[in-house]
Design a protein around this ligand. Structure first.
Ligand SMILES: [Fe+2]
Ligand SMILES: [Fe+2]
Length: 145
């Protein structure tokens, strides 16, 4: 497989994760209930919008590299109480962080600095998202991930 094809393949896997994240965060925003929901539900929506922006950036890059942007979302975890939702979202952010680090490494190896820079910026957003859930979950005693 040529360098470009490898990058397109990994970007499509990343796009699938972003689409799954958009849908999961939206579903959590629509259905989350509980004592903290006034604070938490707007965060779900805000992050869904971040993930949508990521999906757009990645899809445009795939298109530029002459690949076909996927429309298949990754696995979506949509049930549970608010705490479970936040734990599932945190674990999705960790998955993205781990995978995007690999994509960044691959881009370095094949010399695609444009994609690498884009993925580094997206990675920094995912680290911020993970931090939001780590902090919020830590406030709920005995419910640390
Ligand atoms: Fe994202
Ligand atoms: Fe994220």
């Amino acid at each position: 497989m040529k360098g470009n094809e490898k990058v397109v393949k990994s970007l499509n896997a990343a796009l699938s994760m972003e689409l799954g994240a958009v849908l999961q965060y939206l579903h959590h925003h629509w259905t989350g209930e509980g004592i903290e929901s006034q604070t938490i539900l707007p965060i779900f929506k805000q992050i869904a919008l971040d993930e949508m922006r990521h999906a757009g950036l990645i899809a445009e890059r795939i298109n530029f590299l002459e690949g076909d942007p996927t429309l298949s979302p990754s696995k979506i975890r949509k049930y549970g109480d608010l705490i479970q939702m936040m734990k599932d979202d945190l674990s999705g952010e960790y998955d993205a962080i781990n995978y995007y680090k690999k994509v960044i490494k691959l881009c370095g190896e094949v010399g695609d600095s444009t994609t690498r820079l884009m993925m580094e910026q997206i990675l920094s957003d995912e680290e911020h998202h993970a931090d939001i859930w780590e902090t919020t979950l830590a406030k709920n005693k005995g419910t640390k991930p």
